[in-house]
Design a protein around this ligand. Structure first.
Ligand SMILES: [Zn+2]
Length: 171
């Protein structure tokens, strides 16, 4: 399993109004990243990204492509394996923008820790003018190592970054 980001819509897929609103922001974000020099292509690593009213889809270009980033997938659970290729930063930017837009309606998690999001966070700051909030905002105490830190929550399982413990349930 390569380096992957995950997101899940809490109440099924976003309703049309949300989809339209998020797509509009994602379009701006991707266009900004392209202006900043990221080479963003269509689904298969060629052509142009799809920046549509109800769907956003893109990939890295050529050898720098991996899995397509797609908003929104009809299923509630989504993921994008970027293998840390350069377009990873743009995927992180999009996830941060989606979290901004949907709040508690979306749950974001990642194989990467916050440091590994540094390029995406920088892009987000340039795009929005503000520091990126940690999108997996759950702070909690790990039942195994006891550290209070960011705990990554998705699919009803929790993952502690300190001790790498995966466990079910909040406490
Ligand atoms: Zn722990």
């Amino acid at each position: 399993m390569g380096y992957t980001h995950y997101w899940q819509f809490h109440n099924g897929t976003p309703i049309d109004e949300d989809t339209r609103r998020v797509c509009s922001k994602l379009k701006e974000a991707v266009e900004f990243a392209i202006k900043e020099g990221y080479d963003i292509a269509g689904y298969d690593g060629s052509g142009e990204p799809r920046l549509e009213e109800m769907k956003i889809g893109f990939n890295g270009r050529g050898d720098d492509h991996h899995e397509t980033f797609l908003f929104h997938d009809p299923d509630g659970f989504n993921f994008c394996k970027t293998a840390r290729k350069p377009y990873d930063a743009v995927v992180c930017l999009c996830l941060l923008v989606m979290k901004d837009s949907l709040g508690s309606g979306i749950r974001v998690s990642s194989d990467g820790d916050w440091d590994e999001w540094s390029e995406g966070r920088k892009l987000y700051k340039e795009f929005t003018g503000k520091d990126a909030p940690v999108p997996w905002v759950v702070q909690g105490q790990c039942p195994k190592c006891g550290s209070t830190s960011t705990i990554n929550e998705y699919d009803n399982a929790w993952f502690c970054y300190e001790c790498r413990n995966r466990f079910n349930g909040r406490e």
